[in-house]
Design a binder for this molecule. Structure first.
Ligand code: ZN
Ligand code: ZN
Length: 133
Protein backbone atom coordinates (compact mmCIF):
# COMPACT_ATOMS: atom_id res chain seq x y z
CA UNK A 1 0.00 0.00 0.00
CA UNK A 2 1.47 3.36 -1.01
CA UNK A 3 -0.24 5.24 1.81
CA UNK A 4 -2.26 4.54 4.93
CA UNK A 5 -5.95 4.93 4.12
CA UNK A 6 -7.11 4.89 7.74
CA UNK A 7 -5.02 7.89 8.73
CA UNK A 8 -6.16 9.72 5.63
CA UNK A 9 -9.83 9.07 6.45
CA UNK A 10 -9.51 10.26 10.05
CA UNK A 11 -7.78 13.37 8.88
CA UNK A 12 -10.58 14.09 6.41
CA UNK A 13 -13.26 13.54 9.06
CA UNK A 14 -11.46 15.90 11.37
CA UNK A 15 -11.32 18.52 8.63
CA UNK A 16 -14.99 18.10 7.78
CA UNK A 17 -15.89 18.57 11.42
CA UNK A 18 -14.11 21.92 11.52
CA UNK A 19 -15.01 23.20 8.08
CA UNK A 20 -17.89 25.26 6.93
CA UNK A 21 -19.18 25.76 3.41
CA UNK A 22 -17.07 28.03 1.22
CA UNK A 23 -20.20 29.75 -0.10
CA UNK A 24 -22.48 29.75 2.96
CA UNK A 25 -20.89 31.03 6.15
CA UNK A 26 -21.83 29.09 9.26
CA UNK A 27 -23.24 26.20 7.27
CA UNK A 28 -21.67 22.88 8.14
CA UNK A 29 -19.65 21.35 5.33
CA UNK A 30 -20.53 17.75 4.45
CA UNK A 31 -17.33 17.20 2.54
CA UNK A 32 -14.46 18.64 0.58
CA UNK A 33 -14.24 19.38 -3.09
CA UNK A 34 -11.87 16.81 -4.50
CA UNK A 35 -10.23 19.37 -6.77
CA UNK A 36 -9.80 22.53 -4.67
CA UNK A 37 -10.37 21.00 -1.19
CA UNK A 38 -12.89 23.68 -0.16
CA UNK A 39 -15.68 22.72 2.22
CA UNK A 40 -19.08 22.28 0.62
CA UNK A 41 -22.45 22.12 2.38
CA UNK A 42 -25.32 19.77 1.53
CA UNK A 43 -26.78 22.29 -0.93
CA UNK A 44 -23.53 23.16 -2.74
CA UNK A 45 -21.99 19.74 -2.94
CA UNK A 46 -22.13 18.18 -6.37
CA UNK A 47 -21.72 14.44 -6.46
CA UNK A 48 -18.91 13.26 -8.64
CA UNK A 49 -17.93 9.64 -8.92
CA UNK A 50 -16.59 8.52 -5.51
CA UNK A 51 -16.16 12.14 -4.45
CA UNK A 52 -17.69 15.56 -3.96
CA UNK A 53 -17.11 18.77 -5.86
CA UNK A 54 -17.92 22.45 -5.34
CA UNK A 55 -18.99 23.16 -8.93
CA UNK A 56 -19.89 21.43 -12.19
CA UNK A 57 -16.45 22.13 -13.63
CA UNK A 58 -14.75 20.65 -10.59
CA UNK A 59 -17.15 17.69 -10.65
CA UNK A 60 -16.01 16.89 -14.20
CA UNK A 61 -12.39 17.30 -13.14
CA UNK A 62 -12.90 15.21 -10.01
CA UNK A 63 -14.23 12.37 -12.14
CA UNK A 64 -11.15 12.57 -14.36
CA UNK A 65 -8.97 12.50 -11.24
CA UNK A 66 -10.81 9.43 -9.98
CA UNK A 67 -10.33 7.75 -13.34
CA UNK A 68 -6.58 8.34 -13.16
CA UNK A 69 -6.47 7.05 -9.58
CA UNK A 70 -8.32 3.88 -10.52
CA UNK A 71 -6.14 3.41 -13.58
CA UNK A 72 -2.95 3.64 -11.52
CA UNK A 73 -4.47 1.21 -9.03
CA UNK A 74 -5.09 -1.19 -11.89
CA UNK A 75 -1.52 -0.75 -13.14
CA UNK A 76 -0.17 -1.60 -9.69
CA UNK A 77 -2.15 -4.84 -9.72
CA UNK A 78 -0.94 -5.62 -13.22
CA UNK A 79 2.64 -5.04 -12.12
CA UNK A 80 2.15 -7.43 -9.21
CA UNK A 81 0.78 -10.07 -11.60
CA UNK A 82 3.73 -9.61 -13.99
CA UNK A 83 6.13 -10.68 -11.26
CA UNK A 84 4.73 -14.20 -11.61
CA UNK A 85 4.51 -14.17 -15.39
CA UNK A 86 8.26 -14.21 -16.02
CA UNK A 87 9.20 -17.21 -13.82
CA UNK A 88 6.18 -19.13 -15.12
CA UNK A 89 7.07 -18.29 -18.72
CA UNK A 90 10.69 -19.34 -18.17
CA UNK A 91 9.57 -22.64 -16.65
CA UNK A 92 7.19 -23.19 -19.57
CA UNK A 93 10.00 -22.50 -22.07
CA UNK A 94 12.39 -24.86 -20.28
CA UNK A 95 9.70 -27.57 -20.26
CA UNK A 96 9.01 -26.94 -23.94
CA UNK A 97 12.72 -27.09 -24.76
CA UNK A 98 13.17 -30.35 -22.82
CA UNK A 99 10.08 -31.72 -24.56
CA UNK A 100 11.52 -30.87 -27.99
CA UNK A 101 14.89 -32.37 -27.11
CA UNK A 102 13.23 -35.51 -25.78
CA UNK A 103 11.01 -35.88 -28.84
CA UNK A 104 13.36 -34.86 -31.67
CA UNK A 105 16.80 -35.56 -30.16
CA UNK A 106 19.23 -32.65 -30.55
CA UNK A 107 16.68 -30.33 -32.08
CA UNK A 108 17.71 -26.71 -32.61
CA UNK A 109 14.37 -25.37 -31.38
CA UNK A 110 14.70 -27.44 -28.23
CA UNK A 111 18.04 -25.79 -27.37
CA UNK A 112 16.66 -22.37 -28.29
CA UNK A 113 13.63 -22.76 -26.01
CA UNK A 114 15.77 -24.21 -23.25
CA UNK A 115 18.36 -21.43 -23.50
CA UNK A 116 15.75 -18.69 -23.65
CA UNK A 117 13.85 -20.17 -20.72
CA UNK A 118 17.01 -20.41 -18.60
CA UNK A 119 17.97 -16.85 -19.54
CA UNK A 120 14.51 -15.58 -18.57
CA UNK A 121 14.65 -17.43 -15.27
CA UNK A 122 18.15 -16.17 -14.49
CA UNK A 123 17.33 -12.53 -15.22
CA UNK A 124 14.28 -12.85 -12.99
CA UNK A 125 15.93 -14.46 -9.97
CA UNK A 126 19.25 -12.67 -10.33
CA UNK A 127 18.39 -9.22 -11.63
CA UNK A 128 21.30 -7.00 -12.52
CA UNK A 129 22.01 -4.36 -9.96
CA UNK A 130 21.55 -0.87 -11.25
CA UNK A 131 24.72 1.12 -11.04
CA UNK A 132 24.47 4.37 -9.21
CA UNK A 133 25.94 7.13 -11.27
ZN1 ZN B 1 -13.69 22.86 -6.22
ZN1 ZN C 1 -23.04 25.89 0.63
Amino acid sequence: MPFDLTIDRHYLQYQEFLMECFAHQGKHAVGLCKVCARGVCRDCAIKAEHSLACSQEHAAFAEKLTEVQFASLGNAQLYRAQRYVQPLASLALIALGLGYLYAYDDDLFGWLFLGFGLLMGLTHFFPRRKKKS
